[in-house]
Design a protein around this ligand. Structure first.
Ligand SMILES: *[C@@H]1O[C@H](CO)[C@@H](O)[C@H](O)[C@H]1NC(C)=O
Ligand SMILES: *[C@@H]1O[C@H](CO)[C@@H](O)[C@H](O)[C@H]1NC(C)=O
Ligand SMILES: *[C@@H]1O[C@H](CO)[C@@H](O)[C@H](O)[C@H]1NC(C)=O
Ligand SMILES: *[C@@H]1O[C@H](CO)[C@@H](O)[C@H](O)[C@H]1NC(C)=O
Ligand SMILES: *[C@@H]1O[C@H](CO)[C@@H](O)[C@H](O)[C@H]1NC(C)=O
Ligand SMILES: *[C@@H]1O[C@H](CO)[C@@H](O)[C@H](O)[C@H]1NC(C)=O
Ligand SMILES: *[C@@H]1O[C@H](CO)[C@@H](O)[C@H](O)[C@H]1NC(C)=O
Ligand SMILES: *[C@@H]1O[C@H](CO)[C@@H](O)[C@H](O)[C@H]1NC(C)=O
Ligand SMILES: *[C@@H]1O[C@H](CO)[C@@H](O)[C@H](O)[C@H]1NC(C)=O
Ligand SMILES: *[C@@H]1O[C@H](CO)[C@@H](O)[C@H](O)[C@H]1NC(C)=O
Length: 755
């Protein structure tokens, strides 16, 4: 349904950059130094018109739009009937786009999502809103999007076609503060070369495409590289388009700033510079980790930081003044002295402000959650208050599970954004804190003295659990919690273009069970993604679930019944795969625990029986995943290879693509962290891994010896895991079978195994 808009109109709509002067007068609570989109109203109007054309095609002429900026700080929009058409006015391009999408959702029951679009049979003429019009107000000033990891886990191989779609989706969902990290290596390269670094120095510094996020944060360096020059240049060109489009819609793209991590060569070039070597990150050793941190009080720190901002402003024709930098993400500072931390923090900000006096430092608050033993109140206070009030904006990154604003008294007065993180590594697996997401942002915002200024979504990877994001994105534009029963019913209706009682029941059941984790914190990641993606072992203990497991069976039954009456449309096909995938994962888990029990009972024939169920199930898992491109590893690899300009580059990108979702590091340093329920990955990696495990168990029983995990681990690494990352077998990119047919077959075959 997406139409391509003539490129010349896009160019006509190019942004005009004026340097917006910030008001320095506001201070105290609830204030973030004001930042406004500096793009003219008529540019935004044209950009949002073009967006609506991409969604509705010729019928876009039935929607008249107008952007009218207002002095109010929060976006709002108004929809009214205008002859036989619809007119939408709003305070920004994003406000108009959000209102348009909300209209599509609630008046036309349509959906545009990561998980497919449902834009079938849009009513003729467009339904009227009430005669008094429909007014839509944002509850908060900012709606933020992206974790610094999202660019590596999800958008790393995207071309402009895919980016354009995502930016449209952002606007349609009200996002006005997106992270814009693409292409920064080209600019770092210029800065470091001016400082004397050679190409070789930088080859050892930049990580490969699929690992850039962690290279940028100083967690690792060099792994997955060397980063080709063609990559740096083409990504920079892509970033130009991304920024131009974001700005034209009235968004404020968040650009990178300098956090202090430098190429090791800096110590050779500037022997007097004070640096420290960070400890190794995760299970990496110093070959690819232990990055050099330039000490913040060294004058070179501010110099590099401001050179970067300057170079970036030149390249992107100005700036939007908000910069992200994460100095101590998952890395412990060398000192917990409050003076040291305050100096470090101040240096990061000053390095931005030296060139851009209107700079605001946006920081992920993840460190406070990941290292609470280090980040106690005095340390946090020192870090956040060393920056002038309102010049720092903190992403409370994991608000639904581990909010940090309560223990920091709303970050000691610095503004923050309530973010739903929800996903790690882009893992699939149904999960959500639907009730918390629906309640907590409002309660937080309305608390006395709250410094919350926005809502956000900060998943490490996208393309999973769309329902949670659909809800969270509405939260930023509402003033009170939803009636979730009503909301879930509407979700099912718009997703399937149907008022189908079984489909509704499916989502009411899922919504009140697996998506309604009300416990404190976050369950073990392995419970969400399932054991089938983990390297098999005997030591995994069964953990408590946060939901009634019988609800899965009842949701599966309802969905299977619904399938007989739903149209064969993209969203139905997608969910046929997604729901089947989830159910098979749950069955796999129970087979696994049974198999381990039987092994402990030394019952060989039962181990064999469980083993054969499991391998058969994994084949069916691969089969259902093979029916939809969203779940095919072949597409992930093909997209990676498509960005290479020669065979060497293509092979490097393929290695990056394969390694990230499996070993995550040359030797399995973060093994299976970013696992995926994908076709081909299942058949060529998970399946043989389990087959070998079952064989080892059986052999142990036959010879009456203990299962030798050392032998198994080294065998599976040498023969399956590592070879998979280096292999170049071409995987299918086109589905062969029909998802709905296969989903029905699998349901009948396996349903009784799901208790
Ligand atoms: C860059 O910004 C200036 C104003 O600051 C504007 O005149 C010019 O058109 C812009 N160029 C592009 C390519 O957007
Ligand atoms: C972008 O990538 C997609 C595949 O992911 C492909 O279908 C599309 O043709 C590509 N667009 C361009 C302009 O190459
Ligand atoms: C912090 O910076 C100031 C001024 O640059 C310096 O005098 C002081 O020693 C630094 N404090 C620490 C603990 O590094
Ligand atoms: C905020 O403070 C006022 C006056 O101190 C009090 O009446 C009110 O109940 C408080 N509201 C909340 C949500 O704590
Ligand atoms: C809100 O701030 C005021 C003034 O700083 C203070 O007196 C009051 O105790 C605060 N209220 C809460 C609930 O923190
Ligand atoms: C919530 O919505 C459902 C479905 O529309 C409705 O039956 C119920 O009465 C609503 N509950 C409240 C408290 O409004
Ligand atoms: C989620 O669970 C809580 C606690 O059991 C319950 O109060 C709430 O109604 C549930 N929400 C939904 C949508 O089922
Ligand atoms: C294995 O268990 C089955 C029952 O599940 C039992 O019939 C059989 O005798 C057992 N075999 C051994 C060797 O214990
Ligand atoms: C460090 O990691 C690299 C890359 O995986 C490996 O080749 C090397 O042997 C490791 N060094 C040590 C001391 O373990
Ligand atoms: C387990 O396997 C390892 C590696 O093959 C071997 O060195 C070790 O002796 C084995 N352990 C036992 C108890 O057989």
């Amino acid at each position: 349904m997406y139409k391509t808009f003539p490129i010349y109109l896009v160019i006509l709509a190019a942004v005009t950059v004026l340097n917006f002067k910030l008001c320095q007068c506001e201070s105290s609570f609830k204030t973030l130094a004001p930042v406004k989109s500096y793009v003219k109203a008529n540019t935004q109007t044209k950009a949002v018109q073009a967006l609506i054309y991409r969604v509705l095609g010729d019928r876009s002429s039935e929607v008249i739009v107008e952007v009218q900026p207002s002095s109010e700080s929060k976006d709002h929009a108004y929809i009214h009937n205008y002859l036989d058409k619809l007119k939408i006015t709003g305070t920004s391009g994003v406000a108009v786009a959000f209102a348009f999408n909300k209209y599509l959702k609630y008046y036309c029951r349509k959906q545009i999502s990561w998980a497919g679009d449902q834009l079938e049979h849009i009513p003729h003429p467009l339904p009227h809103v009430p005669v008094t019009g429909w007014s839509i107000k944002a509850g908060v000033k900012y709606r933020y999007y992206q974790n610094v990891c999202t660019v590596s886990y999800s958008s790393v191989w995207w071309n402009w076609t895919r980016w354009e779609r995502e930016i449209d989706w952002m606007a349609l969902n009200g996002i006005n503060l997106p992270l814009a990290f693409t292409g920064q290596e080209a600019i770092w390269q210029r800065v470091y070369k001016q400082l004397g670094c050679t190409d070789k120095d930088l080859d050892e510094h930049f990580a490969g495409p699929a690992f850039l996020a962690w290279g940028r944060m100083g967690n690792i360096h060099g792994f997955g590289g060397p980063l080709p020059q063609s990559w740096k240049e083409s990504q920079l060109a892509l970033q130009h388009k991304i920024l131009e489009r974001m700005r034209s819609l009235g968004m404020i793209p968040v650009l990178p700033g300098f956090a202090g991590h430098v190429p090791a060569a800096i110590t050779r070039l500037y022997p007097d510079a004070e640096v420290s070597k960070l400890s190794s990150w995760s299970h990496f050793n110093c070959t690819y980790s232990c990055t050099i941190l330039l000490e913040p009080h060294d004058p070179l720190f501010r110099q590099i930081g401001s050179m970067f901002i300057e170079e970036q402003m030149k390249e992107y024709n100005g700036t939007n003044h908000i910069y992200n930098a994460d100095t101590f993400n998952e890395m412990i500072p060398r000192s917990s002295d409050v003076g040291y931390l305050a100096n470090a923090s101040n240096a990061v900000y000053e390095a931005m402000a030296k060139t851009d006096p209107d700079a605001i430092w946006l920081m992920q608050g993840w460190l406070f959650h990941s290292a609470p033993y280090f980040w106690k109140s005095p340390q946090i206070k020192a870090l956040v208050t060393a920056v002038p009030q309102g010049r720092m904006l903190i992403l409370d990154l994991f608000s639904e599970a581990f909010p940090q604003y309560p223990r920091t008294y709303d970050y000691y007065g610095q503004p923050f954004i309530w973010c739903m993180l929800h996903d790690f590594g882009g893992n699939l697996g149904f999960y959500g804190k639907i009730e918390i997401v629906n309640q907590s942002p409002y309660a937080t915002l309305h608390a006395n003295n709250s410094t919350m200024v926005g809502t956000g979504i900060t998943p490490e990877g996208i393309n999973q659990n769309y329902i949670m994001y659909d809800l969270m994105l509405e939260v930023g534009y509402s003033v009170q919690p939803e009636n979730l029963t009503f909301w879930l019913v509407e979700y099912a209706m718009r997703r399937y273009n149907a008022d189908n009682v079984d489909a509704i029941k499916t989502w009411l059941t899922l919504g009140s069970s697996i998506y309604n984790d009300t416990s404190i914190g976050f369950p073990a990641k392995s419970l969400i993604r399932g054991s089938l993606v983990k390297r098999p072992s005997l030591t995994t203990t069964e953990l408590p679930y946060w939901y009634q497991r019988s609800s899965l069976r009842s949701a599966w039954d309802s969905f299977a019944t619904a399938l007989d009456n739903l149209e064969d449309i993209e969203t139905v096909r997608y969910d046929s795969v997604d729901i089947t995938r989830q159910m098979l994962q749950a069955i796999h888990r129970s087979i696994y625990y049974n198999m381990v029990q039987e092994y402990k009972q030394k019952n060989l024939s039962n181990v064999e029986q469980m083993g054969s169920y499991m391998l058969d199930l994994l084949k069916d898992f691969d089969r259902i995943l093979s029916t939809d491109k969203h779940f095919m590893m072949g597409c992930w690899i093909a997209d990676a290879r498509a960005l290479g300009t020669n065979d060497n580059e293509k092979d490097l990108y393929e290695y990056n693509a394969r390694n990230q979702v499996t070993l995550w590091g040359p030797d399995g340093e973060i093994m299976d962290y970013a696992d995926k329920h994908w076709a081909s990955l299942t058949l060529n990696y998970y399946w043989p891994r389990w087959a070998m495990f079952i064989y080892h168990l059986e052999q142990a029983l036959v010879y009456d010896v203990a299962f030798n995990s050392t032998a198994y681990n080294s065998n599976v690494f040498r023969n399956i895991e590592e070879p998979f990352t280096k292999d170049k077998t071409v995987f299918p990119t086109v589905p062969k079978e029909h998802p709905i047919t296969v989903a029905k077959e699998i349901y009948l075959k396996w349903k009784d195994m799901l208790q």
